[in-house]
Each structure stands twice: as C-alpha cells, then as structure tokens.
Design a protein around this ligand. Structure first.
Ligand code: S3P
Length: 427
C-alpha cells in the first residue's frame, strides 16, 4: 500500500505507545526457557514479535498473546521440542540472530528462514562464536545469509570479542552461555542495548559487567517473571522528531522506556537544543517515564561513533531532523546501517535528496548540510523497511506539498499503530 501524507502545522497532545520491540522479543525468549509463568504487560503485537511467538509455539511452548499482554508457560532451559517444520521468522533480524543462542542448547536440529530482506542479512557474526562454542550451525548460503541450520546439544563456554557493537550478537552468545558449564564472556567495542542482561538477571541468571565485557554463568535455574514492557523509545523517536521540526508542537509520550543504552536519540536532540523533559520516572527492570517535547529552535550536532549503538535505529529520523536545521550535522561510524532491514544509508540518501536535502557519506560517516525551510514534495520509497517508511512520513509532514510514500505496509513490523497515532497528534 502507498500512503499520501499532507504537510501539517504542528503535533500536539498525549499518547501511550505499544511496547518496546527488543524487550517484547526477550520476554518471549526468556519466558520460554524459564520455569513457570512469565507475563509481559504492554507486549508489542507487531509482526516481528509475533514471529518470535510463533517460533516458540512451534517448539511446544504454550503462549497467549492477547491485546496488551503476553503469557508464556515456560518449560525450563531444555524444554523446547523439535519443530515439525522450518521456523519462518519473517523480517525479524532479532529473532534470527538471538534464537540460535537458545537452540544451541537444545538436542535437536532446526532450520530458520526469513523473508527476502532477512535472507540478505549477515549471520556470520553469530555463526562464528556459536561454532567456537561447539554448536553445529551453518548457513545454507555461500554469503552466510539465512536460512540457518542449527543442531544443538553440548555447549562449551567462550570468552570472545566481537568487532561490532551488537546487542543481537551479544545476546546470542549470552543465551548460548546459559547452556555451558562455566562462565561465558562477550566483549564489545562499545556498549550496546543491555535488555538481555537486565531481564536474564531478574529471572535468576548470574550476570556481571566490567567495562564493555559481560559475563554469564552457565546452567542457572531461571524462574518466570512479570515484566512491564515500556513504550518503544525507537517508535517514540518518530513522533518526537516530528514535534522537534514543527514549530509550535508540544507532545507528551507516556511510559516510554528510558534505558540508558537506548537514549542516544534523546541525547542528540538535547545536544541540538531541544526542550525535552522527563516526568513520572519509574525504576523497574527497565526504567521508564513520560517524555514531553516542546518545540524549540535546533542547531546541528556531531554524533560520535561510540554513541551510535545507543541510537542505531533512530539514525534515519535523526537525519531528517538534522536536514531542517542550519549547519552541518555529522553522524560518525554508521556502517552498520548498510546491513539493516535495507541499506539504510542508500535509502536515506535517495529519499532525502528527492525532497531537496543535502546528505552525503564520507567513509563510515553521514554528513548532512542542514538548512531551514520546508522540504520539497516528492514520491518517496520505503524500500520495504519500516524505519525508512516512518522517517519519510515524518519528513513529509514538513514538506511544501503532499508526498507519497510507496509501500508502507512494512510499518507493521514494529509499529502498526503509527499512522493512527500520527493522526491523533496532528494539529
Ligand atoms: C536489537 C539490536 C539492534 C537493533 C535492532 C534490535 C535487539 O541490532 O538495530 O533493531 O533487539 O537486540 P544490532 O544488534 O544488529 O545492532
């Protein structure tokens, strides 16, 4: 489906968002291998997370995902059953990269497949450490893309360094480490999101961090938990970005996740001079609170490479914001964007140029020469990537005429209510 977006004056009002995608996946991963009942309130019922649910159901786990809650009857670390068919994971890179860590400890063979985009994403980054842990895992393609074939069983502990800061790779190794006799450690070049560590610890795993190294003790007894899944800060980012560029905006987003490893986008906006306040902050396994943004005139910013993992999914929409403010914004060390749901650097460059923005790359860096004033209207493309589609929808609100975005069904991957919520805030 294509979508025509009309420019608007401002965004105003209050919304609550569906649950965080990363946390929702992990509720299902961890709940399925814990003993007893796990619940996730405000679970995200979007395609990616529902693909994780289907995979665990196909391995004999009783899961109910109704409107706002998921309930999982976990069977312990080794309680999964061999699926009768291949496990189809749709577009979900998080499932494709983390699930093998759990399958590492199961005494059966499973095959993981995905959609066209997922079938072009690199998996060697999880295949290599798992093979070192003695797991039988291989890709069915020469390039190391899915499908993956995994034959689990005995897992040996590992002390490894990974060369990209990736929560998916780190989590995969940590989950595999649950099945090893001894301690498994992963060292990242920079800190990535730490939901796996927090959530596993809350269920009884022994996990510690020293600098960028996380260690986990194998063979714990995990018990079911009641999780609250805060609103997704990565989804909130689109609405916040819209309010940040439209003069006179004033929006509040209730109960959004405020995990420090996810705050890169808010910090970048603060660095640009945004008026952002946090109210009703609560500390649970995952901190959360209400975010209010009132329009303020912004300036350009430099994002350092070490901070990129903290806003990796928000770079496309940050680039939209940066295009509307006077001056040069530099986002350093962005090469991971090339291997997301699409090549997001290509998608951004193509789309932003169509609406008259000035963007280029220098090595791994993205450079935006921002200028004030509305974008040109144009036909934009999602490249079947949810975050590209939503970033372009936000840019379109600030165009000088109607824009059409081709193929927006992909927003269902992470934020099915996106257009509805945007309509609710449009003034
Ligand atoms: C995720 C980690 C990030 C992020 C993705 C979700 C996760 O990927 O881009 O949307 O839930 O662990 P990388 O680990 O590849 O950086």
């Amino acid at each position: 489906m294509d979508k025509t977006i009309r420019p608007i004056e401002r965004l105003c009002g209050e919304v609550s968002l569906p649950g965080d995608k990363s946390i929702s996946h992990r509720v299902v991963f961890i709940g399925s291998i814990s003993r007893g009942k796990t619940t996730g309130k405000n679970f995200l019922r979007a395609e990616d997370c529902l693909n994780t649910v289907s995979a665990f159901k196909a391995m004999g786990i009783d899961i109910e995902a109704d409107k706002k809650r998921v309930t999982i009857m976990g069977k312990g670390l080794n309680g999964l059953e061999k699926p009768e068919e291949e496990l189809y994971l749709g577009n979900s890179g998080t499932t494709m990269r983390i699930l093998p860590g759990i399958l590492a400890g199961q005494d059966f063979e499973a095959i993981l497949t995905g959609d066209e985009s997922l079938s072009k994403r690199p998996m060697d980054r999880i295949i290599a450490p798992l093979q070192k842990m003695g797991v039988g895992i291989c890709s069915k393609s020469i390039e190391g893309f899915p499908p993956l074939v995994i034959k689990g069983g005995k897992v040996t502990p590992l002390d490894c360094s990974i060369n990209v800061a990736s929560a998916q790779v780190k989590s995969c190794v940590l989950f595999a480490g649950l099945y090893a006799d001894g301690v498994t450690s992963v060292t990242e070049p920079f800190l990535s999101r730490d939901h796996t560590e927090r959530m596993l610890a809350s269920c009884g795993a022994k996990i510690s961090r020293k600098g960028f190294t996380v260690s986990i003790e194998g063979k714990p007894s995990l018990r079911g938990m009641e999780f609250f899944v805060p609103g997704d800060i990565s989804s909130a980012a689109f609405l916040i970005a819209g309010a940040a560029i439209l003069e006179g905006s004033d929006i509040t987003i209730k109960e959004v996740g405020l995990n420090p490893t996810r705050l890169g986008f808010l910090n970048a906006l603060l660095g640009m001079g945004a008026d952002i306040r946090v109210h009703n902050r609560k500390e649970t396994v995952e901190p959360y609170g209400d975010i209010r943004l009132r329009y303020a005139r912004l300036k350009s910013v430099v994002v350092e490479k070490k901070d990129v993992p903290l806003l990796i999914d928000e770079i496309p929409v940050l680039a939209v914001v940066a295009s509307t403010v006077e001056g040069r914004t530099v986002i350093k060390g962005c090469s991971e964007l090339r291997v997301k749901e699409t090549d997001r650097i290509f998608a951004l460059t193509e789309n932003l140029r169509r609406i008259g923005a000035e963007i280029r790359t220098e090595g791994e860096d993205i450079i935006i020469e921002g200028k004030r004033g509305r974008f040109n209207n144009a036909i934009l493309k999602s490249y079947t990537d949810h975050r590209t589609a939503m970033s372009m929808a936000i840019a379109s609100l600030y165009a000088d005429g109607d824009c059409r975005i081709e193929d927006v069904d992909c927003v269902n991957t992470s934020f099915p209510e996106f257009f509805e919520m945007l309509d609710h805030l449009k003034k």
